[in-house]
Design a binder for this molecule. Structure first.
Ligand code: PMV
Length: 320
């Protein structure tokens, strides 16, 4: 018997950081996925391996410990936390495949967490639905990272382009928002927890300034929601540029991110901004009709991904 589950990566269009303080956000699932396969292990040991990410570890699921055989651990903590929550500690073999770049703000940890939990629920024949899966995955992210909004795990579970409102209700955009966009990422990884803590400290030092920036970011996200409904790409682009200014005020911008943001605009992007926590990681550039020239210009110094939004959220099944 083998349980298999997969979940998508995401890119945040509007609302990173302000979402941590309850403001709305707009986020889309994209066509990169993490796939987790679980089957019984025949040698009495629990093993986690990933050929794509080039690591292998022996797991002590009861004590959330591991012995690394190859590669870097990064994502293992999320998997151990999921195992600790659901698994009965019988020996299993877990194989993780993923084409989501790690630490680049595309939600690789959320995709791995959602896929691992869904595969474990299937493996143990535990009933679940998307609501409970998104909730449990968020709890895992929170316990590993210390602080996390439900955004990444929600979109990785449900798929599609989502508006998360102030009171944490999700709305799916019914429109097909198919403006071409590029994600550019630097080799310098961002650290979400560190960035979230930085914004928190800035907010407590300069509450009047930062609180008004955060609420303006929420307002801006609501304008963007209307613009997306109307498929008014120019307006969406303008609002992305304004959002970038606010993210700069919050101190999460870097030289490399700025370089990509301005390179994109110079080569025809109608909007470009950091996507994710910043401090490294990625930018998103909306570039109808200019995809190739923007891609070429960014890839002189940094890396690019041509992505598409996808409606496909988590999927899981069992094979006998
Ligand atoms: O860096 P990412 O892709 O995990 O995005 C983080 C988004 C934040 O708003 C900064 C944090 C959060 O938990 O929502």
């Amino acid at each position: 018997m083998q349980a298999v589950a997969s979940a998508p990566a995401k890119t945040i269009l509007f609302g990173e950081h302000s979402v941590v303080y309850g403001e709305p956000a707009i986020v889309g699932a994209v066509n990169k996925r993490a796939v987790v396969k679980i089957k019984p292990s025949w040698n009495k040991k629990s093993i986690l391996r990933s050929y794509d990410l080039n690591f292998e570890a022996e797991l002590d699921t009861a004590n959330k410990k591991y012995v690394l055989k190859k590669g870097k651990p990064g994502i293992i903590r999320y998997i151990l936390e999921a195992l600790n929550k659901v698994h009965n500690h019988s020996p299993i073999e877990i194989v993780l495949s993923s084409n989501i770049p790690i630490g680049s703000g595309l939600g690789s940890s959320a995709a791995v967490t959602v896929a691992t939990l869904a595969a474990l629920y299937r493996y143990h024949n535990i009933r679940f639905n998307k609501k409970s899966l998104a909730h449990d995955s968020h709890m895992i992210e929170q316990s590993v990272q210390g602080i996390a909004s439900p955004l990444d795990t929600l979109v990785s579970t449900y798929g599609g382009l989502i508006y998360l409102s102030k009171n944490k209700k999700i709305e799916h955009f019914k429109v097909n928002f198919n403006a071409p966009f590029i994600v550019g990422f630097t080799n310098k990884h961002g650290n979400t927890g560190k960035m979230v803590r930085y914004v928190k400290s800035l907010k407590s030092k300069y509450p009047k300034i930062i609180n008004s920036v955060i609420s303006s970011m929420g307002q801006l996200t609501n304008y963007a929601k209307q613009a997306i409904f109307k498929k008014d790409y120019q307006r969406v682009g303008k609002l992305m540029n304004m959002n970038q200014g606010f993210l700069d005020v919050l101190g999460v911008n870097t030289f490399e991110l700025s370089r990509m943001v301005y390179t994109a605009r110079e080569h025809g992007a109608i909007g470009s901004k950091i996507t994710g926590a910043g401090g490294g990681g990625s930018i998103i550039a909306l570039c109808p009709g200019k995809l190739e020239s923007v891609a070429k210009a960014i890839s002189k110094f940094d890396n690019i991904l041509k992505l598409k939004f996808t409606r496909k959220g988590v999927s899981s099944r069992v094979y006998y």
